[in-house]
Design a protein around this ligand. Structure first.
Ligand SMILES: Cc1cc2nc3c(=O)[nH]c(=O)nc-3n(C[C@H](O)[C@H](O)[C@H](O)COP(=O)(O)OP(=O)(O)OC[C@H]3O[C@@H](n4cnc5c(N)ncnc54)[C@H](O)[C@@H]3O)c2cc1C
Length: 327
């Protein structure tokens, strides 16, 4: 263990992406994860360039999207597995008002690059209009994490110890690192997801009616999600189930079989923007990936490794300072 200069605690998307960045640079490290829980293991892994009911681009999408896609694609070779599944997104409007709101934005310079130039597949039953977007897809986050763990373990880079003497400790604990307000007032949100089997079209991710439906192959789909700020545990609930069954009906149709129901906690601080920096104990933190960890983790990991190894400070809006966490 004498060569361990860097210790990473937590191997969700944050810890895993950071470990890869260090590995690429030949920097010795050890990574520990307790092997269960965390939101990366249950996330749908969706990347959707234009999000939310306001139909706006994800924060700094032009910077983060290319690095995320090339990061996962590059690792597919090394891990001998498919991780990134590009899929067009069908953004569905449930009402005339919503359709008008979206239509008004289609010409804008920050939306137009993401509009598909493919033939339009038609509007699914029950919806008013549909807009097709490019740049979307999903990452198989569970596979990414488990194969990365196996890879690092084979190289002797994982440890069973949850504390190690190291020059640098980096806490990548997700919501667990936030819920006690150790880094400032958090806004973590529990979310639930269903996996279902159905004979629905698999050509598009569908987004609308306040939820999403992601085809994951072999006639299976992930559907979500819920937002709950008070009961922050990882247990699926009956109200969560009912809400997602409603979404499944709207986004897919009435005929499906539920095969899994899971829950996790989104790690959120500030305005749902990811943060890197040092906490008051002098340890580095990489957290607050919010509901878009798949998109943000690869580039944030590059910035953090450059900061630690090359003293290259990231721009202010990426830096955790303690004060801004409470905004
Ligand atoms: C329902 C739901 C759906 C989501 N869908 C998407 C999506 O489609 N697309 C997307 O981009 N994002 C999605 N997200 C968000 C995404 O899951 C998070 O942004 C991301 O996973 C956070 O990664 P993380 O590494 O920071 O935290 P986590 O994934 O929670 O990882 C933290 C790890 O640290 C470990 N750990 C913590 N403390 C300790 C300790 N003391 N000792 C040992 N190990 C420890 C935990 O076990 C865990 O493995 C979703 C989240 C939820 C809840």
């Amino acid at each position: 263990m004498s060569e361990c200069k860097i210790f990473i605690l937590g191997q969700g998307l944050a810890g895993t992406c950071l470990a890869w960045r260090l590995f690429e640079r030949g920097i010795p490290f050890r990574i520990h994860d307790r092997g269960f829980g965390g939101s990366s293991r249950i996330a749908a892994g969706l990347i959707n360039p234009i999000t939310g009911k306001n139909f706006e681009p994800s924060w700094l999408i032009q910077e983060f999207h290319p690095e995320a896609v090339s990061f996962y694609q590059k690792l597919e070779e090394l891990l001998a597995a498919k991780l990134w599944y590009p899929l067009p997104v069908l953004r569905l409007s449930s009402s005339e008002k919503e359709s008008r709101k979206i239509a008004a934005k289609l010409e804008s310079s920050h939306i137009a690059p993401w509009l598909s130039d493919q033939a339009f597949p038609g509007v699914p039953t029950g919806f008013h209009t549909a807009v097709e977007l490019k740049g979307g897809g999903r990452v198989d986050t569970e596979l990414f994490i488990s194969l990365s763990h196996k890879f690092f373990s084979n190289k002797g880079l994982t440890t069973e110890q949850s504390e190690l003497p190291a020059d640098t400790t980096i806490l990548c604990q997700g919501a667990e690192g936030l819920v006690e307000n150790k880094l400032g007032q958090h806004r973590c949100a529990k979310g639930e997801i269903l996996t279902v089997r159905a004979n629905w079209p698999e050509s598009h991710i569908r987004i609308g009616a306040g939820g999403w439906l992601v085809p994951i192959g072999a006639r299976t789909f992930r559907i979500g999600s819920t937002y709950e700020w008070n009961q922050l545990d990882e247990l699926p609930t009956q109200p969560g189930l009912e809400r997602i069954l409603g979404l499944a009906n709207k986004l897919g149709g009435p005929d499906f079989e539920v095969i899994a129901h899971v829950a996790g906690i989104r790690p959120i601080l500030r305005r749902s923007q990811p943060l890197i920096g040092k906490n008051k104990d002098g340890n580095w933190i990489f957290n607050a990936l919010g509901s878009k960890g798949t998109l943000y983790a690869p580039k944030m990991a590059t910035m953090l490794s450059d900061w630690i190894l090359d003293k290259k400070e990231p721009l202010e809006h990426f830096r955790y300072t303690g004060e801004d966490a409470a905004c």
